[in-house]
Write a protein that binds this ligand. Sequence first.
Ligand code: NAP
Length: 334
Amino acid sequence: MRILVTGAGGMLGRDMTLELAARRHDVVALTHEDLDIADIGAVRERISALRPDVVVNCAAYTRVDDAERDREAAFAANALGPRNLALACRRVGAVLLHISTDYVFDGEKGEPYTIWDLPSPLNVYGASKWWGENYVRSLLPEHYLVRTSWLFGEHGRNFVTTMLRMADKCGADELESSRTVSAPRGAVQGFDERASVFTTREGATAENQRAPSGGRRHIPVVADQRGSPTYTVDLAKACADLLETGCFGIYHVTNQGVTTWYEFAKAIFARVGLAINVRPVTSEEFARPARRPRNSALDAYPLRETIGYVLPPWEDALARFLSGLGKAHERREG
Ligand SMILES: NC(=O)c1ccc[n+]([C@@H]2O[C@H](COP(=O)([O-])OP(=O)(O)OC[C@H]3O[C@@H](n4cnc5c(N)ncnc54)[C@H](OP(=O)(O)O)[C@@H]3O)[C@@H](O)[C@H]2O)c1
């Protein structure tokens, strides 16, 4: 199939492009610079010229806190963008696979959200993504709408890389443990605004906090938001499999299992063998411009019935991701 990937320079976009190319599809990968999906003229022109069978939209405005004051830009990319793609796909008879988010839900449900639950977003980012979903669903029947959550991957800043970077700043003691992968310390650069909700101030948190005993620093992490961390490699594979089915509709695609950011952080440090004190805190203690849902666990039904499997547990995905990071770091060092 000829497949056009938009937002191909992003964290998911890059793994999606790799996965589709590995399956020998004819992949055209367009970054933000190559194609602004908010520009209806450019979108129509590109899609009419390329005549893809499928468009996979990985482009989005993803800075959740910034979106609160940058409303127009968030809606341009996340609402008008998918609308433009849906309209252009309709013209050429292409299918659209659009990526959406757990943040379309308000988090008040006491159990995982099914594909039949009605969204009610808490923040501008979530509202803009919800409008994007609505446009896709109303304008183009031949769509896959894939909601996912808490992404981490090799090609972008995310919660895992942010935690590792903060650990670096902490000057953490390394644990001697044969079961852990080699710690990719120093391998991670940058800070992810999307993850900053879980820390006090722009990554400086760890340097300012000291544990009461032993003098070791600690990292405060939010413990009252629940969701499913998801590895972009696993998500890309499931999306590529979905494309083979012709079963259009909404899907919830996350790694299996539900956790809190606090437990997730502890699992990251345990995996790489870093002795970091993680302190559980509430969302109120770390108020951010954008509110987040307390529960954004997504029920996978009917993913298994459609592609034959659900994604592996998030712990397994984290282990694979960290092992890849460690090996990449060793290659650079060696
Ligand atoms: N990250 C998460 O935790 C998470 C959770 C749930 C759902 N999602 C969804 O998953 C998808 C992929 O997210 P991601 O984490 O890979 O995000 P990402 O790393 O921020 O990638 C998004 C890409 O889209 C590009 N982009 C932004 N506006 C655009 C526009 N108007 N036209 C074309 N490209 C544009 C960005 O380019 P610039 O950087 O140059 O702006 C970036 O390369 C998104 O739909 C997101 O909403 C993400």
